[in-house]
Every structure is written in structure tokens, then in C-alpha cells.
Design a protein around this ligand. Structure first.
Ligand code: NAI
Length: 272
């Protein structure tokens, strides 16, 4: 069902790798809601991913950019304004990668070159995206920028490794940049803290199957899916949420406020 929530709005969507990606589902939903947007991803991901199929489906153009590279981001923002014929109303940062996780380095045995790379891709890139948009004055008033995060920024999930630190940094950028962008241009910046979701990035986390099943059992509403996340993200891009900014918004079926659920307790009860 479509409500035309994004009719006439123009955006940039980072991070659609394949049809499981949260960014992919968000692009499809934003298209259904009347938005026009440019799709972007790192050049290497273009070769691996199926982004062309998404572009055809949503009538979008693709502009490659490594989100850690300022020149490529500048080119992306300029080209997007040319393609879309004006300033931008919404941006989705849906990017994450830890080299330590990929290479199986434990949190207590980090390779700091890997740490730096993962931090640049997963956290600092969000500042780079915001700063490029800001310097180019590329956002329309009441525009909305959203990044995706995970609750390991607040609580320990041992196998989330250095991504926990990256997410804490990412969430802080949303607050700090949100202050300046809000005060000066009425642009809002938020992070969505999403349930574990079976995507390429998600499944890279060790023990993901146990992790996702546990979260589902702990959450009164069950895990939020990638599709649910797309719906929520679109609401944050819409004019219905114009005074929401600098927030980390939990989108997790209630997981973050649940101490324990009866279903989980039952697993530990001794039989009478
Ligand atoms: P995904 O693997 O489909 O998407 C990650 C994207 O990051 C890919 O499209 C990849 O090409 C892109 N990327 C990596 N390096 C890049 C670079 N240098 N420049 C530009 N793009 C780059 O996985 P998913 O799950 O859709 O990830 C999206 C976001 O959601 C990430 O921030 C992730 O941490 C976050 N998230 C995911 C959860 C999960 O369980 N899957 C839970 C909570 C948050």
C-alpha cells in the first residue's frame, strides 16, 4: 500500500548490494512512495552486486562512490543534483564493514590497520557524507539524513567485535552533525538501531543464526525485518517526522527494553 509519502522528493541511497540489503528494500519502498533517487555503492560492490536490476526497477541512475573518498562523494553529490534537477531531500547511509570481523581477528587481538579501515568505512564515512552535503549546500530545508546502526553501541554483544565501537562513533556523528545541520539549515539527522537482519553484512557476524533467533525470542513483537526497516526509514524521510532529529531510534520489536522474555526463561527452567 502506498501513501505517496515521498511524492516529489529527491534522494541518494547508499548501500544496496543485493535484494536482501536494507538499502535495497528502502529504495523499492521509496520508489513506491513517489521518490526519485540516485543509487550509489563502492565501485567494487557494483561488480559483485545486482544494483543495475534495482536501478531498472526504480527508474534510478547509479553513480559509484567509495564513501571514504571525498572526491568521489563530491562527484556523487554534484551528479545527483544534476540528474535529479535540484537539491536533495533525503539520504540513506546503509554502509558497514569490519576487516577484523572478516579476517577473524578477535576484539582482544585487533589489527589496527584493519580497525582504521573498518572505522573509516562504517563510521567516519557518515561524517564525510554529511560534510560533503553541507559544504555543497546540497540539502533542501527539512531534508532528512538517516544511517543504520546496531544496539552493540550501547550493550556488549561479544562477537560484534570492533563494529560496536564503529556504531557508537556513528551514532555520535548523528547527534553532533545533527545539531549544526538542524540549526543552520533545518536538516535532520538520525540513526535507526535495527534488529539483526539476514543480509551479507549481518551474516558476517560470527554466530549470527543464534544471535538472530535469540533476539527474536526476546522481542515482544519479534525481530524487525529489512522490509519493516524500509517502511520506518521512509517515514523518517517524509514530512510527518520533521521535528525528529539527533536521535538514535530503536527499531527492534521491543528488544532493547526487554530484560528477559518468558520464552527465553522457559529454556532455563528446571522441570518440576
Ligand atoms: P549489506 O551487506 O547488504 O550492505 C552493506 C553495504 O555497505 C554494501 O552495499 C556494501 O557494498 C557497502 N559498502 C561497504 N564498503 C563501502 C564503501 N567503502 N563505500 C560505499 N559503500 C560501501 O548489509 P545490510 O545489513 O543491509 O547493512 C546496511 C547497514 O545496516 C549497515 O550499516 C549495517 O551495519 C546496518 N545494520 C545491519 C544489521 C544486520 O543485522 N544486518 C543490524 C543493524 C544494523
Amino acid at each position: 500500500m502506498s501513501y505517496n509519502l515521498l511524492k516529489g522528493k529527491k534522494g541518494i541511497i547508499f548501500g544496496a548490494l543485493d535484494e536482501n540489503s536494507i538499502a535495497w528494500k528502502t529504495a523499492v519502498k521509496a520508489h513506491e512512495e513517489g521518490a526519485e533517487f540516485v543509487l550509489t555503492n563502492a565501485p567494487i560492490a557494483m561488480r559483485m552486486g545486482q544494483i543495475k536490476e534495482l536501478a531498472e526497477k526504480t527508474g534510478s541512475e547509479i553513480v559509484p562512490a567509495d564513501a571514504t573518498n571525498i572526491e568521489e562523494l563530491e562527484n556523487l553529490v554534484e551528479k545527483s543534483m544534476e540528474i535529479l534537477g535540484g537539491k536533495i531531500d533525503f539520504v540513506l547511509h546503509s554502509i558497514g564493514m569490519s576487516v577484523n570481523v572478516r579476517k577473524g581477528k578477535h576484539y582482544t587481538d585487533e589489527n589496527y590497520d584493519f580497525t582504521n579501515k573498518g572505522w573509516d568505512v562504517s563510521a567516519l564515512s557518515f561524517h564525510k557524507v554529511c560534510q560533503t552535503l553541507y559544504k555543497k549546500d546540497a540539502m533542501n530545508e527539512w531534508g532528512s539524513i538517516v544511517a543504520l546502526t546496531y544496539m552493540a553501541a550501547q550493550r556488549v554483544f561479544p562477537d560484534y567485535n570492533d563494529m560496536a565501537d564503529n556504531k557508537a562513533y556513528l551514532e555520535s556523528i548523528a547527534r553532533s552533525f545533527g545539531y549544526f545541520y538542524g540549526r543552520e539549515k533545518n536538516v535532520r539527522i538520525n540513526t535507526i538501531s535495527q534488529s539483526p537482519t539476514p543480509t551479507t553484512a549481518g551474516q558476517g557476524v560470527k554466530g549470527f543464526d543464534g544471535f538472530i533467533a535469540y533476539a527474536d525470542m526476546m522481542s515482544p513483537l519479534g525481530n524487525a525485518t529489512a522490509q519493516d526497516c524500509a517502511d520506518y526509514t521512509v517515514s523518517l524521510f517524509s514530512d510527518l517526522t520533521r521535528k525528529v532529529t539527533m536521535q538514535n531510534l530503536y527499531h527492534d520489536g521491543g528488544f532493547s527494553n526487554t530484560g528477559v522474555s518468558n520464552e527465553v526463561m522457559e529454556k532455563f527452567m528446571k522441570e518440576d
